[in-house]
Design a protein around this ligand. Structure first.
Ligand SMILES: Cc1ncc(COP(=O)(O)O)c(C=O)c1O
Length: 387
């Protein structure tokens, strides 16, 4: 495992969010984020003549992610409605085993069976309006499938680079949707290198998941839907890969409902971004070893880490056995076939029931693209939960 210093990349957009997260004492322990309104209330108090400014006001520091809440709202207008306003419901059948109130935000009932369509809709609509008519991305499978779908509807020429070890069902769908698929003889990081080389050589748009702000803005629309929901909830559990999902949802939640706890979840076998968050600098890993193929990055993106440091309250790592138990529970109690990355939230609760006891937890069920044989092996072999 190697570490490199945190490098600031130029921000794609210079604007600050209209609801600005602020740092203040008494704010969130880890991120220092508090509701901007709380700070303004202190400002009014500070106006009292003869009284010193409250401590909270004295330590106010404006902090901003690369995202902008108004742009996230605008993104909703270009995303095909088939990806929007997804079901959010309390799943009482999961609760006896998990020991807390559990709600599911279901991102699998759409044409590409993952949340990635939200981001690719934003990317593709911009490209169709003004950009080059061709784009390339690296993908573990879901982004590629989503970009293929969004590009097909807009007459874009899409190339996807993936590892030849990627989930077969995902690769088949990418081809079926009409994208050109190039396989590399290595992992996702090699696919990223190759996609960048193709973009340079062919002069086409490189869609870099989690770095390209549109991918985060698309994912962030899930956060808007969550904060608009009733009843409100205490915690949201978010699968962490490259970070578009967590930084997007995290931004929306911290901007609009800062009291909600944002917890990212990664497998122990692919921990790079979680370790980076904990050490506040980019940590890379030599390899990954997990069935959660949607979250297998090894080289975190510095700008994404910067955002994650502002919006995440915690980042936890879970074991493979818990991921499998989570998939099995979602099948048995929620009737949901999910891919391993989508079971990370349930896995996190399973590994720390005490932490979540008495809380209302939302878990984003973010993908359901599995190889059927592998899925049956996993859930068939899983020990019944609670044993
Ligand atoms: C099903 C699924 N869950 C989670 C993730 C992680 O999302 P992100 O890379 O935005 O962190 C991905 C990424 O492709 C995914 O496909």
């Amino acid at each position: 495992m190697t570490t490199v210093g945190l490098r600031q990349r130029p921000l794609p957009y210079g604007r600050r969010p209209p609801v600005t997260p602020v740092r203040a004492s008494g704010g969130h322990a880890r991120t220092g984020l508090v509701r901007a309104g709380a700070c303004f209330e202190n400002a009014r108090l500070a106006e009292r003549p003869g009284e010193p400014p409250p401590v909270a006001l004295r330590s106010c520091v404006v902090q901003a992610t690369r995202l902008d809440t108004a742009r996230i709202r605008a993104a909703r207008r270009v995303i095909d409605p088939v990806f929007l306003d997804t079901p959010l419901y309390r799943c009482e059948a999961l609760e006896p085993d998990l020991g807390c109130t559990v709600s599911i935000k279901l991102e699998t009932a759409n044409p590409v069976r993952s949340f990635k369509g939200r981001g690719t809709e934003v990317v593709a609509s911009l490209l169709a309006d003004s950009g080059p008519r061709a784009a390339v991305c690296a993908s573990a499978g879901n982004l590629g499938q989503a970009l293929a779908w969004s590009g097909r509807g807009r007459g874009l020429d899409v190339t996807v680079v993936a590892s030849r070890f990627a989930t077969r069902a995902k690769l088949d769908r990418i081809r079926a949707l009409g994208a050109r698929l190039e396989l590399v003889d290595g992992d996702h990081e090699l696919a990223r290198e190759r996609a960048a080389a193709i973009a340079r050589c062919d002069g086409i748009r490189l869609v870099e998941d989690s770095l390209d702000i549109e991918t985060c803005e698309g994912a962030a629309t899930i956060g808007l839907e969550l904060v608009d929901s009733t009843p409100s909830f205490d915690t949201v559990l978010i699968a962490l890969g490259g970070g578009a999902l967590a930084t997007g949802v995290g931004h929306a939640v911290k901007a609009l409902a800062p009291e909600v706890e944002v917890i990212c979840v990664q497998p122990l076998g692919a921990p790079a971004l979680t370790l980076s968050w904990r050490q506040r600098r980019v940590v890379t890993t030599e390899s990954t070893d997990t069935i959660a193929d949607g979250v297998v990055g090894r080289y975190p993106i510095p700008a994404v880490l910067d955002d994650l440091l502002l919006v995440a309250d915690d980042a936890v790592l879970v074991q493979e056995a818990s991921i499998i138990a989570g998939m099995r529970m979602l099948l048995d109690h929620a009737g949901l076939v999910v891919e391993p990355s989508a079971a990370l939230g349930v896995a996190a609760i399973l590994e720390d029931r005490d932490r979540f006891a008495g809380r209302h937890v939302v878990t984003i069920v973010c993908g359901s693209n599995v190889d059927v044989d592998a899925y049956h092996r996993w859930v068939g072999a899983a020990a019944p939960h609670g044993s």
